[in-house]
Write a protein that binds this ligand. Structure first.
Ligand code: GCV
Length: 666
């Protein structure tokens, strides 16, 4: 008996399946039968159909093309395309790669599991090409076994400074491949303990084994790297990217690493940020650092994913022109075009740090000559720690749909990261993942919707939040239409509800310092001199207009002008960009202060409604799931109450303006 849940690969039996004749015969073409990914795909098809329908299908193979080796670029994305069609009263799956066949299999199994009518779904040939070349999960798992910003137990990769490989490892690969993930970084970007660096002889065999398991599901393994490894483990006194000794050390090291771990895709690097070493120490640029490593890994087919989360966490906020939000753009824009072609810059969705509402980073659409990747976070660091429900897919849809005005057409974030806008070979999307070794993988069962949804959306950015939620519920919890409707109805508004009882109008950061759960209105940990929100008795918000920090001007027009003007700026971001009197009228017609009061009271009530809806599902969903989510809702309500009371009383006391609806403010 496994000590973890199957989640959406549970393949529950279908009692009344209707016409299943097409599912008895399959023809797989374009690939070799012996390809490891194809072998896994066939095994999955058999397992799924047997469990759901009791069918043991005939599977034949058509002609095979030349084998495709897994890589991280556009050519892989092309090879991952698959078609499913009806042929000779059976189903045919065609692709140029094993991964494509695997995705075709999961397409069919998903439709069966969701209760779809296979005959009509595949009546005309279904051709699917992933929207993004790279679709990655970033683990912030430490070798000790704990997870930075982990809310669902410990790591299932590491324990006591060693690597764990067991049945769960393979099932994890299956789970994430089933939603289209094709890259995974297994260790934290904060690579700290030199004694347990994964790029040392001590770990090569096990990392290679992990790489093979992932490769069997079309997933490439990546590692986070300590930029100063030359010093930490190399015995050198420098990590200067232009120093010949440093370059020589990396050349030898990389040759060894790629020889020992042949499936490795490359590295993810956090440099010059939050205490991590980087090229700035040597007066070099981020491009110098990234290019040095990229040039060396190139001959091994590797890529360097370099994070743009570079800011000075020790900045002196008393200087009102200094602004953390500006840092990404200020540090990376001047070198647009300097990054070599196997470097990808990985950019957090917002300029700060995964707050519940931020504008889109101006680097996305600012950079025009550089490979770009979007980084989002499904680990709910600032969005409720997988205690509070926060279905993030609607937020990701907004991010992807944002028009950057970086070109005449195809200018959305989705267009840019797909590689289409600028014709990039390497691009894509990564999520800081929300998994751990809890029985249900994500702490809260419903947080599984973010893991499932991230993968589905990364694979097909056109899918709606609703469709993704519905698939998740049908595959993971219940096929009963009424139950599905209820749970989808709980998931969909949860992000906006969370926003309402926490941070209004884009203000952010009012969380308990360090922990990032629970309300602390003045809690921004990096400003020892004041408050992040800059509230006084007259007003609130950060002036990022051209009269303030100038951040608004980092956007392309017309976005810059819209954000720069409080009259044009969308309400939900207005305090991110402007310092405004509490009496300022929003587009909604409400004053800022009344908006704060209303959203907090409403948010709390809406959270209560969600919990109430969930309570009606007792006996209609598995008890384990029911109890897990109920217990989380109980904690969420206490948290929401606390937020509502603290925020409202804080701003009532600051502003002296009563709630126009006369509600009790504590
Ligand atoms: C992995 C935030 C988090 C850190 C995280 C960092 C990052 O600051 O609080 O835990 O470090 O982002 O993205 O590198």
């Amino acid at each position: 008996m496994k000590n973890y849940a199957d989640l959406w690969l549970g393949y529950r039996k279908i009692e009344d399946p209707g016409d299943t004749s097409l599912l008895k015969k399959f023809c797989i073409s374009g690939v070799a039968e012996s390809d490891k990914v194809v072998v896994n795909a066939v095994s999955e098809l058999r397992t799924g159909l047997k469990a759901m329908l009791g069918i043991e299908p005939d599977i034949v193979f058509g002609s095979a093309g030349a084998p495709v080796s897994i890589n991280s670029g556009k050519d892989m994305q092309d090879a991952e395309e698959y078609t499913v069609s009806i042929r000779d009263e059976g189903l045919a799956i065609d692709s140029k790669s094993g991964a494509g066949i695997l995705y075709g299999v999961f397409d069919i199994l998903r439709n069966v599991a969701c209760g779809g009518d296979v005959r009509s779904i595949y009546a005309s040939e279904k051709k699917v090409r992933p929207s993004n070349p790279l679709r990655m999960l970033n683990h912030w798992d430490n070798m000790s076994g704990d997870i930075e910003r982990g809310y669902s137990g410990n790591s299932f990769f590491f324990e006591n400074d060693d690597i764990v490989i067991n049945e769960r490892t393979e099932d994890y690969a299956r789970l994430i491949a089933s939603v289209g993930i094709n890259g995974v970084v297994i260790n934290n970007v904060n690579v700290k303990n030199a004694a347990s660096y994964l790029i040392t002889d001590r770990f090569f065999d096990k990392v290679a084994k992990l790489g093979e398991i992932f490769a069997g599901y079309g997933i490439r393994l990546f590692l986070s790297l300590n930029y100063a490894s030359t010093i930490e483990i190399g015995g050198l006194d420098s990590a200067d990217p232009l120093d010949e000794k440093v370059i020589a050390w990396w050349k030898t090291k990389m040759a060894e690493i790629f020889e020992k771990i042949p499936t490795l895709g490359g590295f993810l690097v956090k440099a010059d940020s939050e205490g991590r070493p980087g090229p700035f120490t040597y007066g070099r640029t981020q491009a110098d650092g990234a290019n040095m490593l990229a040039d060396i890994v190139k001959e091994h087919g590797g890529i360097i994913i370099w994070r743009c989360f570079v800011y000075n966490c020790k900045q002196d906020w008393r200087d009102r022109k200094t602004d953390r939000a500006r840092a990404g753009y200020d540090n990376f824009m001047p070198m647009d075009g300097d990054y070599h072609d196997n470097v990808i810059l990985q950019i957090k969705n917002g300029p700060m740090d995964f707050q519940i509402r931020e504008p889109i980073s101006p680097l996305l659409g600012g950079l025009k000559k550089t490979n770009q990747m979007l980084e989002v976070q499904i680990a709910q660091e600032y969005t409720g720690h997988q205690i509070d429900l926060c279905y993030l897919i609607p937020e990701f849809k907004e991010i992807l749909g944002f028009r950057t005005y970086c070109s005449e057409d195809r200018d959305t974030v989705a267009d840019i990261i797909s590689g289409e806008t600028f014709g990039s070979r390497f691009s894509g999307i990564a999520a800081v993942t929300n998994t751990g070794n809890d029985f249900n993988w994500t702490g809260n069962y419903l947080a599984g919707a973010n893991l499932f949804g991230f993968g589905r959306l990364a694979f097909d950015t056109e899918l709606s939040s609703e469709q993704i939620a519905e698939e998740f519920v049908r595959m993971t919890i219940s096929r009963d239409d009424a139950v599905v409707k209820e749970i989808v109805g709980i998931l969909l508004p949860s992000r906006e509800i969370y926003e309402r009882y926490t941070s209004p109008l884009g203000i952010g950061w009012m969380v308990t310092p360090g922990v990032h759960y629970g309300c602390s209105v003045d809690g921004y940990e990096y400003d020892r001199w004041g408050t992040y929100h800059r509230a006084d008795h007259l007003g609130i918000g950060v002036d990022r207009s051209d009269k303030g920090t100038g951040y608004a001007m980092q956007y392309n027009e017309p976005n810059a002008s819209v954000y720069n003007d409080p009259e044009k700026c969308p309400d939900e971001l207005v305090l991110f960009f402007h310092h405004l009197p509490y009496t300022h009228k929003l587009h909604s017609g409400k004053t800022v202060i009344q908006h704060i009061y209303d959203t907090h009271f409403e948010g709390y009530e809406e959270a209560r409604e969600l919990a109430k809806k969930w309570s009606t599902l007792k006996g209609k969903v598995d008890d384990e799931i029911f109890e897990n989510v109920s217990e989380r809702f109980e904690r969420q309500l206490a948290n929401a109450r606390e937020w509502c009371d603290q925020v409202n009383s804080y701003f009532f006391r600051k502003s002296g303006i009563p709630d126009e609806k006369g509600r009790q403010i504590w």
